[in-house]
Design a protein around this ligand. Structure first.
Ligand SMILES: [Zn+2]
Ligand SMILES: [Zn+2]
Length: 255
């Protein structure tokens, strides 16, 4: 069965990605308001009723911010760790909440979802590998550094969406306050282009068909810098690397 995926937008202004396998579609994170999410879904040919579930990585507003309202409006089940669930509004109906273990595979209507913990400054953050039993899509958008465990999970994927948050020089020379710079560059912050590239280089990637840079900072990065770092690391043409943008994400791709 084919597995395809699209991003509705990526970056600190809001994130959402949709994975489709057969007739099952799952949204990963929702950092947009209800109307904005609906409009972004329409752009990729989907309606809220097409979603079987929303899987959530962590409580930061650009990921969890739109989840409760959208899920409630359209009665969509959500899947998240206990640590992330603590940040749901108290009145959110328990019947829609599926607590996940950050090390245990689960399924949403036949779509296999493999969570794994990542170092990030949130309560219990995870990222995900999606699969149909044949092809695998790995997504990692918020992590301060790579780990052996993360690389084990991402190895063997056919498609990867990887955080390239900032260029270190742009971050340090930029206008952010010193404390914020340290938080972003820290081990529980966000991946810079060079660290993302080194992580991808370490992976087993013989079957890799898509590599997309995501969660780029609009202040501290440029798409060309992220692309050239990734392309250099794995020795491919720069045109082969995709970039997820804040305004448009990226169009459907088949893993
Ligand atoms: Zn984020
Ligand atoms: Zn975050």
């Amino acid at each position: 069965m084919a597995l395809r995926f699209t991003s509705l937008g990526s970056g600190s202004g809001g994130n959402a990605l949709v994975v489709e396998c057969g007739r099952t579609r799952v949204m990963m994170d929702c950092g947009f308001g209800v109307a904005e999410t609906k409009a972004r879904l329409e752009r990729v040919g989907l309606a809220a009723s097409d979603l079987a579930g929303i899987v959530v990585t962590h409580e930061h507003d650009d990921h969890l911010g739109g989840v409760a309202a959208f899920a409630l409006r359209h009665s969509i089940p959500i899947y998240l760790t206990r640590g992330t669930a603590q940040w749901l509004p108290i009145e959110f109906p328990a019947v829609l909440v599926h607590l996940i273990d950050s090390h245990s595979v689960f399924e949403v209507e036949g779509l296999r979802v493999e969570p794994f913990p990542v170092p990030h400054d949130a309560r219990e953050p995870v990222q995900f590998v999606f699969g149909d039993g044949d092809v695998r899509l790995g997504v990692v958008t918020d992590l301060g550094c790579s780990t052996h465990h993360v690389e084990e999970k991402l190895s063997g994927c056919h498609a990867l969406v990887v955080e390239c948050n900032h260029d270190l020089d742009m971050l340090w020379n930029g206008s952010y306050p010193a404390g914020l710079k340290q938080r972003i560059a820290g081990r529980f912050g966000h991946l810079d282009n060079g660290t993302a590239a080194a992580m991808v280089k370490n992976l087993e990637r013989a079957g890799l068909r898509h590599l997309i840079a995501a969660h780029l900072s609009e202040h501290n990065n440029k798409p060309a810098l992220a692309v050239s770092a990734l392309a250099a690391a794995i020795g491919c043409e720069e045109s082969w690397i995709g970039v997820a943008t804040q305004s448009d994400g990226f169009d459907w791709r088949e893993a």
